[in-house]
Ligand binder design. Sequence first.
Ligand SMILES: C[S@@+](CC[C@H](N)C(=O)[O-])C[C@H]1O[C@@H](n2cnc3c(N)ncnc32)[C@H](O)[C@@H]1O
Length: 258
Amino acid sequence: MQKVYLVGAGPGDPELLTLKAFKVLQEADVVIYDRLVSAEVLALANPQAKLIFAGKMKGEQEKIQNEINRLLLVHTGVGKIVIRLKGGDPLVFGRGAEEWLFLLDHGIQVEVVPGISASMAVPSLAGIPVTLRGVATSYAVITGHRQNLELQNWAKYLMIDTLVVLMGVDNRHLIAANLIKAGRSLDEPVAFIERGTTDRERVLITNLRDVARGTTQVASPAVMVIGQVVNMRKKLIRTVEPVQDRKEDHVHTYTSVA
Ligand SMILES: C[S@@+](CC[C@H](N)C(=O)[O-])C[C@H]1O[C@@H](n2cnc3c(N)ncnc32)[C@H](O)[C@@H]1O
């Protein structure tokens, strides 16, 4: 039975790859990978494997998707172990389910290997918990892609404490303006975490007002987090002072009673 592994590469740091992803990468004959898969993760693939870049640039998504589909069929057709490797989790904004359907329709079995999504790991490692007792009991992961922005009913996001926006860098001012128009506070904290989990991570903390004004400088890829939980970063990401040596507190003196 022909088969493709649909694998999540995690958010960048190779140590955030799952053991299963690592195992199948080592067995791969062909790895077809996306733009956000890090070089460090690719370096873990079988050294004999053919690595094929399939990153999509703006405006050429459909053309490249057709080419990816063709490559998947060609390589599975000759009995190769084929990995379709995507950043984060393959089914979170990654067209993974569409490729899965396409392969099934062509008689090819798919095994999914979930990955750690940037939507979770990037805020966590930046000291921003997406939920927090007494502060945020709900969160949503939304796309900031323009074609979806126009269709969004922004009022539905009023009820959600923390919003995590992927692919939102280019349209950040529109996202912020729409959220303010829908009723979210101008002062609501916003974080942008660029290249999270890598040694080139940069974090910018601002608010909805400034993002809507267009005064924030952010580079892609970045995760945008909106909500009060952003304030936790300054409490969680800090250098701790060494705790004073309090050994004497733990020393019990026993006095023998005659
Ligand atoms: C097409 S979506 C794919 C998401 C992926 N499937 C996942 O689960 O993480 C790509 C978006 O994810 C976010 N992203 C992925 N990796 C990132 C990273 N290391 N740092 C910051 N943002 C990242 C960015 O918002 C980027 O535009």
